[in-house]
Design a protein around this ligand. Structure first.
Ligand code: 5GP
Length: 189
């Protein structure tokens, strides 16, 4: 997706040839117009899949996920990493190891928000080792719902996440796919 590549070129910062910092438009400050375009692109790719719910994980997936939900006219749920004081509901849960924070998070979704038979589209900002996306598929499966696909804003194809998800049978749609970083530059697949 060219508009996203242009934004990465203009504002992305490569860190130690392994991480891409995109705090100015995706991970800290948010560019609403760009978020809307990303959401519309995902919605277009999944328009024939009868999506009933968008599922993401807090916090960086939420901005894009809500735009997908708006475009598809379906609700958006985010998996929580911290226990909520007002949530005494029964929950689906899994453990996700965070690539960037190097820690495990116990993540939950209230059972009230995910019903058996739903068609769920999973959204996340980055795909690296696939831990976050796989964790979300486990939650969907606990609910007896279907994963119609996994939408990723930035796939780092040199890490094993995409292959892992595809070999588990999931459809992965990434808006840009990074082959490598070299000398602070981003090289696409
Ligand atoms: P995974 O679970 O696929 O190993 O890693 C994906 C998660 O780690 C994403 O939700 C994202 O928050 C974070 N992440 C992985 N790689 C990067 C990166 O290069 N840049 C940023 N900003 N976040 C990343």
């Amino acid at each position: 997706m060219q508009v996203l590549k242009d934004k990465i070129q203009a504002e992305g910062v490569v860190i130690q040839n392994s991480l891409l910092k995109v705090d100015s438009f995706l991970n800290h400050q948010l560019d609403p117009e760009l978020m809307m375009k990303l959401g519309e692109e995902f919605a277009l790719r999944f328009k024939n899949n009868k999506v009933t719910k968008v599922l993401t994980i807090e916090s960086s997936g939420i901005a894009v996920a809500i735009m997908v939900g708006l475009a598809l006219k379906v609700p958006v749920v985010f998996a929580r990493k911290k226990k909520s004081a007002v949530c005494n509901d029964e929950v689906y849960s899994t453990t996700v190891y965070s690539f960037t924070k190097k820690e495990s998070n116990y993540v939950t979704v209230s059972k009230e928000l995910l019903a058996t038979g739903e068609n769920v589209m999973i959204i996340d900002d980055f795909l690296a080792n696939g831990e976050a996306a796989l964790g979300l598929t486990h939650i969907v499966e606990q609910a007896g719902a279907n994963v119609v696909g996994i939408g990723i804003v930035i796939e780092k194809s040199f890490q094993p996440g995409a292959e892992k998800l595809k070999s588990a049978g999931y459809r992965v749609e990434s808006l840009v796919r990074i082959k490598s970083f070299s000398n602070g530059q981003v090289n696409y697949v």
